[in-house]
Design a protein around this ligand. Structure first.
Ligand code: SF4
Length: 357
């Protein structure tokens, strides 16, 4: 019994299932007109051909927000504080080490540095922090650090070539680069949401340089504001083209904007739209191995369906301050329980998706 009615976009799904690359125009057609159930069924089949169908992976890392002063002031961000604010801070190297030691004690071996764009921090601070982590906690600790936005600021500040900045960070201990700061890779959308942030070409330049210097990472998209479907697909195209050149992306992660401030236009993204985008990502990225779904953003209901819609990883268990305070492993336990309840076997992984249990 064929319960799906034939549609003009069926040939695109068949093309993807036959292992052929789909074009941006075809991805846009899927986004605009295809039956979401067909898209996610095709994405699930594709995911199951690439990865073990019964397994969903996760990892554990600690985010260290080393500064919350940020001169960029994106309209959607509630994290940044003005320089004169009492809560504006820069963590000392010792404070960072202390947070990391406590995270390592409950099983985290990945540390993620993320901060505002603070022009008062000298470049040597970053090098000192990286050196200190590796020499104190050990070389096995993986440091994912500094988005393209932070890297471009370091380049501006030091007046060094970007490649030299990246090489110095890598020599000091940086292991990979986060996909943060992309949101929507459209200069029109960035002019509305985050006019002081790096441009599309700067984001690409920073990512490409990192990949060329053997710093792999992930790429994100964040939807749910003024972006048009064409701009969403253009974002996917920019990432896929870059991946063709470098091969440096290990994973792609679709997110939705969260209502953190009332200073930017936000729209509700339905579960259907999100899951369809996730499926399109799986079909479109024939050159990126992993598609992650963040249950932190989606919640467990949609998150569970995301695992049937093309995702093979639930992004990461982010160790929060309160978890550390109570020394509770509840976050990892709950993650494993969520994966099991969704019908899969949980497997803890390292950054390169090697199983750790
Ligand atoms: S650059 Fe990052 S920290 Fe700064 S305002 Fe934008 S999102 Fe927030």
């Amino acid at each position: 019994m064929n319960i799906f009615k034939p549609e003009p976009t069926d040939y695109i799904l068949e093309k993807a299932l036959a292992g052929e690359r789909i074009s941006p125009a075809e991805a846009l057609e899927l986004y605009n007109t295809a039956d979401p159930l067909k898209v996610i069924a095709a994405a699930r089949e594709t995911r199951n051909r690439i990865h073990k169908p019964s397994v969903v992976t996760y990892t554990m890392f600690r985010i260290i927000n080393y500064t919350n002063y940020c001169k960029v002031k994106c309209s959607f961000c509630s994290f940044h504080k003005p320089e004169e604010s009492e809560s504006s801070k820069v963590l000392s190297v010792e404070e960072i080490l202390d947070k990391m030691r406590r995270a390592a004690a409950i099983g985290a071996d990945q540390m993620f540095f993320q901060g505002g764009i603070n022009p008062n921090i000298p470049f040597d601070y970053y090098l000192d922090v990286l050196h200190a982590v590796k020499s104190t906690l050990g070389k096995h600790i993986h440091i994912r650090a500094f988005s393209p936005v932070e890297l471009m600021e370091m380049q501006r500040q030091t007046h060094l070539p970007l490649r030299e900045v990246v090489r110095k960070l890598k020599r000091a201990g940086m292991d990979s680069v986060p996909g943060a700061g992309a949101e929507i890779l459209s200069d029109r959308v960035r002019a509305i949401l985050s006019p002081a942030k790096v441009s599309v070409s700067e984001w690409v330049q920073a990512m490409e340089t990192c990949h060329e210097e053997n710093l792999p990472g992930s790429a994100n998209i964040v939807i749910g504001s003024v972006e048009k479907p064409e701009e969403i697909i253009e974002h996917l195209k920019i990432v896929r083209d870059l991946q063709d050149r470098t091969g440096g992306f290990l994973a792609f992660i679709p997110w939705t904007f969260q209502r953190q401030t009332d200073k930017f236009p936000i729209r509700d993204v339905s579960a259907q739209e999100y899951l369809k985008l996730l499926g399109i990502c799986r079909l479109f990225f024939d050159n990126i191995s992993h598609i992650e779904a963040s249950i932190l953003v989606l919640g467990t209901g949609t998150g569970s369906i995301a695992l049937l819609s093309g995702a093979d990883d639930i992004s990461s268990v982010v160790i929060e301050e309160n978890v550390l305070e109570s020394h509770s492993p509840a976050t990892e336990e709950k993650t494993r329980e969520f994966i099991k309840n969704s019908g899969f076997t949980p497997k803890k992984r390292d950054l390169f998706y090697n199983y750790k249990d």
